[in-house]
Write a new protein. Sequence first.
Length: 225
Amino acid sequence: EPVLRLSGIEKTYNAGKPSEIRVLRGADLTIEPGEIVALVAPSGAGKSTLLHIAGLLDTPSAGIVEIAGQDMTGRGDRRRTRVRREDVGFVYQFHHLLPEFSALENVMLPQLANGATRATAKARALELLSHVGVEERASHRPADMSGGEQQRVAFCRALANAPRLLLADEPTGNLDPATADQVFAALMALARETGLAALIATHNLELAARMDRCVRLEAGVLVPA
Ligand code: ADP
Ligand code: ADP
C-alpha cells in the first residue's frame, strides 16, 4: 500500500476575507514505499503548505490525506499526533537541533520520547550517525559542527523512530553545492537501505533529477516534472 496518498487536496487561507488566498486547488500525489520524490515549485507556490498537510501539522480545506493506508480525515489531534510521531519524519532548511545537547543526544531524544530504553536509543543513534558519516561528531554540540554535519544529524533525528515517510523542506537550501551533494548522497543511501519513502522540496534541479520522480506544484495542483 502507498505510504502517502493525497487526493484532491485544497487549502485556502483567510477564507472569506479580502486577503483570501487559494494555495492548493486539488493536489493529488501517491508515494509508494521506497520512492524518493522531488517537489519543485517557485517560492510562494505552496510547498511548505503541502508538506505540512502531508505531515499532519496542518489540515486541508478539502481532500483526503492517507498515511500508510489510514485515512486521516476527521481524526482527532491525539490520533494525528501519534501517526505523525510514529510514521513521519521532518527535516527543514535549518537543522533545529537542540543546541544544549550533543549530536548523539539529539538523535536519542525522539526515541526516548517514544519509550525506547537508553541502550536501544543510543545504539540506533550511533548506527544512524555512522551511516551518514558523522559518528566522530557524536559527542559534539550542533554549534561545533559544520552546516553539512548539522544537517546530516538532522536527518538522523528525523529517522530515529524509523518513520515510513520523510518530509523535507529545502533540506540542502542552506548548504554550498558540494556539501549539499554530500548530504543528499548520504540521505539517498540511508533511504535505500531502510526502504524509506520521501517527499523532498528543493530548488536544486540537479538533485531533483537524481530522485526517483519529480513533481511540480503549479497553480495549486501537482503535475509531473
Ligand atoms: P512555499 O513553501 O512554496 O514558499 P508556502 O506554502 O509557504 O509556499 O506559502 C504559499 C502561499 O500561502 C504564500 O502566498 C504564503 O504567503 C501563503 N501562506 C502560507 N501560510 C499562510 C498562513 N498561515 N496564512 C495565510 N497565508 C499563508
Ligand atoms: P522556515 O520555512 O521559515 O524555515 P521551518 O521550515 O523551520 O520555517 O518550518 C517551521 C514550521 O514547522 C512552522 O511553520 C510550524 O508550522 C511547523 N511545525 C509545527 N509543529 C512542528 C513540529 N512538531 N515539528 C516540526 N515542525 C513543526
